[in-house]
Design a protein around this ligand. Structure first.
Ligand code: TXA
Ligand code: MG
Length: 331
């Protein structure tokens, strides 16, 4: 029996591209998180992704492409898209664009718009190139976790989550960015940030030469923007650094075992603790791995140090807030 996950050598990548072309699913690494991929032009394959993830069918998927040329098969390509793609593709940026009439609607939850991203991970690029050589136009891929769970940043996480249902998983090592791509909506008069990620608002604005607006009630639905999302099972709470020691003492006095993810120097009384890196990019890289590990540590509660909700910390703060919201509603 072939092992799964499989090291992403040339042979495994070719096998994965063949499977995609045959309408099967393949999980593969990107620089952000692992994706659960399907031929975006195959209705049957895309339906299988929704089924396996347990995702509502009106939540659109991101279509992964090699470059702007492939993107133009799917979407109209305004000047802003060209600028952003030149600056940040391949990389952790998803553009929401008007879908071309000829591009199938099932790839994007039936919306008139479509999310496109050219990932930079060498394995993702090799897979997209091999799939293109077999006539493929793009790979629809949500994060390779069950709906509402923490995204996988290692090949083993995909197996942990999908178990026996996991398709072939290409192992490309731990993801470098560690949180999902930045999503910017270019279908409206002004660019709108739908999801913070590895590319910051300031970086987008510097390239576009205009303000990028915050998401508002009129923004299209994005599952990453549901309040309770990216949540572990153990309840999580965000605590200001100066209050961590007192909060842990209070919880332990109640007899609760406490797990902690905080920067060095706080919370020495926690039962289990992992160090949060002081650098926001490194914190993003280890975020989901830390949440998964703490979730398995048999504690009653996970305390996480609150981080700044802007600049380079924006994406981490956003995911932590959603994780905390998700767990409190389940307590
Ligand atoms: O980093 C990433 O983006 C990862 C890797 C695998 O590329 N993918 C990912 O996919 O996070 P997923 O399906 O977990 O999240 C896709 C997000 C969802 O919030 C979805 O609603 C939004 O993109 N999205 C996709 N197409 C959209 C559209 N046409 N309009 C609005 N939002 C869209
Ligand atoms: Mg996801």
């Amino acid at each position: 029996m072939a092992s799964n996950p499989r090291p992403a050598d040339a042979q495994a990548i070719d096998e994965a591209a063949r499977r995609l072309a045959d309408g099967e699913l393949v999980a593969f690494p990107t620089e952000t998180v692992y994706g659960l991929g399907a031929d975006a032009a195959s209705e049957r394959a895309v339906a299988a992704v929704y089924r396996l993830k347990g995702r509502p069918s009106d939540h659109p998927l991101i279509v992964h492409v090699l470059d702007a040329a492939q993107a133009a098969w799917w979407a109209h390509w305004p000047t802003r898209a060209q600028r952003l793609a030149e600056a940040f593709w391949p990389g952790p940026l998803t553009l929401i664009l008007p879908r071309r009439d000829a591009a199938p609607a099932f790839a994007c939850g039936g919306q008139a718009s479509i999310g496109l991203r050219a990932p930079s991970h060498p394995v993702a690029r090799a897979l997209l190139a091999a799939f293109a050589a077999r006539g493929g136009h793009g790979v629809a891929a949500p994060s390779a976790n069950r709906f509402g769970r923490v995204s996988p940043t290692r090949a083993g996480h995909v197996i942990d989550d999908l178990g026996d249902d996991a398709p072939l998983v290409l192992d490309g090592g731990p993801c470098e960015v560690g949180v999902e791509s930045t999503i910017v909506d270019l279908t409206r008069d002004r660019p709108v940030l739908l999801r913070p990620g590895g590319i910051t608002t300031a970086q987008l604005e510097a390239v576009l030469g205009e303000r990028v607006l915050a998401r508002d009630a009129a923004a299209p639905r994005a599952s990453g923007t549901l309040d309770a999302h990216y949540a572990p099972v153990t309840p999580i709470e965000l605590v200001d650094r100066g209050e961590i020691d007192a909060r842990i003492a209070q919880l332990r006095a109640r007899g609760e075992r406490v797990a902690l993810w905080a920067r060095a120097g706080a919370g020495s009384a926690a039962d289990v603790s992992l160090a949060m890196p002081a650098d926001p990019e490194l914190a993003a890289r280890s975020l989901y791995d830390a949440l998964r590990a703490l979730d398995r540590s048999h504690c009653r509660r996970i305390v996480v140090e609150r981080v700044p909700d802007d600049g380079a910390w924006h994406a981490v703060a956003d995911r932590l807030r959603r994780a905390a919201t998700g767990s409190s509603s389940r307590t």
